[in-house]
Design a protein around this ligand. Sequence first.
Ligand SMILES: [Zn+2]
Length: 246
Amino acid sequence: MAVQLFQRTLGSLLAITLLISVIGSTRVQAASSCFNEAGAVNGTVVLDPGHGGSDPGTSNSTSATPPVLLVEKEVTLDIANRTKDLLVNANYKVCMTRIDDTSMGNSERGEYANSVGGTVYVSIHLNGSSDPAVNYAKAFFGKRNKDESFAKHIYQNGLAPALVGPYGVTGSSVGQFANGALLQATMESTLTESVFLTNDNEADRLADTTTASNRRNQIAQALFTGINSWAGTKPTSSSSNPGPKR
Ligand SMILES: [Zn+2]
């Protein structure tokens, strides 16, 4: 009797554990999505809107009255969506690590990029500093052999020409960052810090979501230009993969 009860309890526990794991994996799948599944000819770009859920990232308030609070996790998701639209229009398949306000670990982001067969992985962040005057553009690589050339390309052909110069944004080229997603992802990967959200003038620019040349569109266009021009630097593969990037 006692053994039967124990077995039944064990069975129930196993069923509950299984149910929780199914719900957990469903939640992850629902929170991340791929776009342009059928029409992609130029490869699969994994876009990672930085932060999310319980991790807001950095933040700043605008000079408007009343001030508007800008939170990094919300702005990065919006910039990622704008970048996604540009890439889809240019015949890329785009997979996003999150499409809503979901918490994700860095390793989880890298594993997701691998699971969707990403050609490249681009994490989108806005930088933060205790000095509100600081504002520069930077791209990070994880593993030197795998990522450094790609990070440099995104910086030199995307971020720098679009963002460095106007409004006093300085350049900072690339740096190494042992970020879990960059290390976990097997494809060429970079983490971009295009501008500083903590810069007060930049916060005012980033608050604009509507005018055609708004700051979010400028950053999305810069990322798109960098990613799209990277394809042209890769030798054409003779394998069955039709993408120009390996
Ligand atoms: Zn960030």
